[in-house]
Design a binder for this molecule. Structure first.
Ligand code: PMT
Length: 400
């Protein structure tokens, strides 16, 4: 669950106190949890309790301004990779089934693009009421997931079905919605390099390239989402650390090569998305070169070829994936790199395609593998490209 983004909705039932245990268990697994409560839920549990347990402000009111100045229900809906409403009252289930959005919780559910799980808890007659049952069926038919209430002692003094399902069952439903355990990458160690390197000429000038790191960070985040243990070795970028990945910073090609070697033992999959400078100045001036001395003649030497080292290593990961950014002869140049560096997959960026390559949020690539297969992906988000690349990696892992 490390870094996974989970929204927990709490509605007004005596079982609201059990949301505290759920939030606590999620946090113990390093999930990033945000809680949204209905006003009646706050009659059963204080916001201070859930704020302390989640480590974040608890959202209750429609017109609260959230810290990033976004509209609260939209920001919560965009934040979540999964949303669970536990406990879900007959009232909330009925409102969502009828398309009513009259508070922050129902509005957030309505705006959510992620899977939404309902864990009902109510008096047994309310649960058995045909209207409630029809609402549940309607929502299930629309793709909402229900964790059925359990039989047991209810607050009304009877022992019937209506108790909130156990916290373990709720956690299992969340894991299933997140796809944890389904992927061949679950539990694997994945290393990704991202961003540019800087090769210093003097203390104020360097050789580099326009890589933003977006492609590599998207790969690291998607691999973590699939349950991999991810180490991201990054050149200088302006990006925040991706959820669920261990971030290791490196500036020069030499430093990136050292960091990769240090973290290589045990790595199952290596993805080289970094735009590593191919050359560096043989000598780096200790003081700023003066313009008055005339243009310097730079003597360059090759930097270590990080991915070739990984591929030739005695500790070679099962799958080694390279990237190639090409302006011409895309297939020929990419296949050449696949062979020269003994890679399993190469992802060729077509720099001539609009919205592809350095800096943009989108990319257009062709994925070539060592068996001669290829797959072209037209311009789409780097997040989707990352998912396609990881699908190809999973296919190769399946053959090992
Ligand atoms: O960071 P973004 O702005 O999102 O842009 C993404 C990207 C264009 C940087 C990325 O998708 C990409 O294509 N990266 C590879 C850039 C490139 O052209 O690499 P290359 O052809 O020089 O190298 C081929 C492969 O060898 C790459 O996997 C590279 O990481 C690796 N390499 C290269 C040189 C070197 N000294 N060591 C290496 O490991």
């Amino acid at each position: 669950m490390r870094g996974r983004k989970i929204v927990v909705g709490v509605s007004g039932s005596i079982a609201a106190y059990k949301a505290c245990e759920l939030v606590s268990k999620l946090r113990q697994q390093d999930a990033d949890v945000r809680v949204v409560m209905t006003r009646s839920a706050t009659e059963f549990v204080g916001t201070a309790t859930l704020r302390a347990l989640s480590g974040r402000n608890v959202a209750c009111e429609m017109f609260d301004v959230c810290p990033d100045e976004q509209i609260e229900h939209v920001s919560l809906a965009e934040f979540g990779e999964v949303m669970i409403v536990a406990p879900a009252t007959a009232n909330v289930i009925g409102k969502v089934a009828a398309g009513v959005c009259d508070d922050l919780l129902t509005t957030t559910i309505s705006a959510a693009a992620c899977p939404v799980i309902f864990a009902p808890a109510m008096n047994w007659r309310m649960w058995e009421n045909p209207i409630t049952q029809a609402n549940v069926k309607r929502l299930q038919a629309l793709g909402y997931v229900f964790v059925e209430p359990e039989e047991g002692w209810l607050a009304c003094g009877e022992s019937k079905a209506g108790r909130l399902a156990s916290t373990d069952k709720l956690l299992t439903a969340i894991e299933k919605a997140l796809g944890i355990g389904d992927s061949k990458l679950a539990g694997k160690q994945v290393m990704v390099t991202a961003g540019p390197t800087r090769e210093w000429v003097d203390p104020v000038r360097f050789i580099s390239n326009p890589s933003s790191g977006k492609m590599g960070y998207a790969l690291a985040e998607e691999a973590a989402r699939r349950g991999a243990k991810v180490t991201l070795i990054s050149g200088p970028t302006a990006l925040p650390a991706p959820a669920g990945a261990e971030l290791v910073n490196a500036e020069t090609a030499e430093q990136m090569a050292e960091a990769v070697q240090q973290h290589l033992p045990g790595t199952d999959v290596f993805v080289g998305a970094a735009a590593v400078a191919d050359w560096r100045p043989v000598q780096q001036a200790d003081a700023k070169l003066k313009k008055s001395q005339g243009a310097p003649e730079l003597k360059l030497e090759a930097t270590p070829d990080i991915i070739a080292q990984v591929s030739a290593s005695a500790q070679r990961p099962a799958v080694v994936v390279g990237f190639a950014a090409e302006t011409d002869d895309l297939e020929k140049n990419a296949r050449q790199k696949l062979d020269d560096k003994a890679l399993d997959i190469i992802v060729a960026n077509d720099l001539s395609a609009p919205g592809a390559g350095f800096g943009s949020d989108t990319n257009a690539v062709t994925i070539f593998d060592r068996d001669g297969n290829s797959k072209q992906i037209d311009t789409t988000t780097k997040r989707k490209i990352a998912a396609e690349v990881l699908d190809s990696i999973e296919q190769l892992l399946g053959t090992h």
